[in-house]
Write a protein that binds this ligand. Structure first.
Ligand SMILES: [Zn+2]
Length: 81
């Protein structure tokens, strides 16, 4: 259920050129998966988790820089639109 007023994404504004871009909440606060317990399939599961976490980190990293000037300085605020 959608809760009105709860931000689902953030808006980041570049300090250097003023460009703003939006960041989905799931990307702004990625939930890294923990490594699985030991077991017969642990090896394959561990590799899958590491790959998933790396992909998540890569997606998050793409939003950490201004799309226009690639500055890493920005201000973030919740977006409600
Ligand atoms: Zn910029």
């Amino acid at each position: 259920m959608h809760i009105p007023g709860l931000a689902q994404e953030y808006e980041r504004t570049c300090d250097d050129c003023g460009t703003s871009w939006r960041v989905p909440k799931a990307i702004a606060h990625p939930h890294m998966q923990g490594l699985p317990m030991r077991g017969p399939a642990a090896q394959a599961q561990t590799e899958a988790v590491i790959a998933a976490n790396a992909e998540l980190a890569e997606r998050a990293a793409a939003f950490r820089r201004c799309p226009k000037c690639e500055s890493g300085h920005y201000k973030q605020r919740a977006s409600r639109s």
